[in-house]
Design a protein around this ligand. Sequence first.
Ligand SMILES: [Zn+2]
Length: 316
Amino acid sequence: MTIIKKIGSKLNRESKYLLRDVKYKLGLTDNFYRAARGSRIMVYHGICQEDHLRFNPIFLKRDTFELHLKFYKKYFNVISLDDYYNQRFSNNRFNICITFDDGFANNYKYVLPLLEQYKVPATFFVTAIRSVDCDVLWNDFLGIVSKYGPDKIVYKDEPYYKGRFDKYISAVSGISLVESLHFSGFGEKAEMMKILYPLVPFKTNKQEEDYWLQMTTEQIKELSASPFVTIGAHGHYHNDLAKISIRDAEDELIFSKKYLENIIGKPVNSCAFPYGTYTEQVIDAAKKNRLPKTSCNRFSFSYGPKRLNDARALYG
Ligand SMILES: [Zn+2]
């Protein structure tokens, strides 16, 4: 096991521990957390009122997230992304930087009021998906359809069946649909959404919007107006920047930065790469295009069986 993997696995254990037993641990490990020193960026995604495993295993319940905030306030300094990158850390406590990936409308609905209530900063990495009148990320879409759709489908004359983790696997190539789409541009993904939507018309159920709906431009603007909020870029279409051409990846970085700056009326100088994947070239492209605060040494919280391992390299 490499050192980075060891660190990753230790952090995952800690995150599991912290999450599942946050209340319980508060009483028992008081001294441990008080004595901790260092810094960490925490990666969150969606927040919902109930049943956080219903659509996406990386969601958390609002009440659980509130417990995290109480926990952080009690034991740690909660610092902004700017302070994190400028190494403005306190040495008398552990330092936590809260971030959210993906730009879910539930961030605006549930997280913003909590940040204001507890007076803690957070950064939201948002895509530019609304620029193409799309209200859901392609991967969330496919995740929902794969989970609730039929066991077998025919997509573009190719048969697919449900394999491990409810992924549609091609009977011809053995490759999952989600994996093959990682290498495609947005056009193909948009087509996929059009073709597969009738299988699981989930948008008709407004009560379940928390699980997939993206923020509107107005919500991004309002979120950004809070003194506790920083907005960062997360690509244009939530494409995997390490798997598309570097030219397209660079275009996405440039477009998403300008798009967000236009909405919020402030500079956007940070980005988190979708899926946490990147190449040296992608990092260079981000830096070249005035996105100096790219990806980071961070790990993500996730509940449920499909854990997201996320100890990332440090690029400041
Ligand atoms: Zn993402």
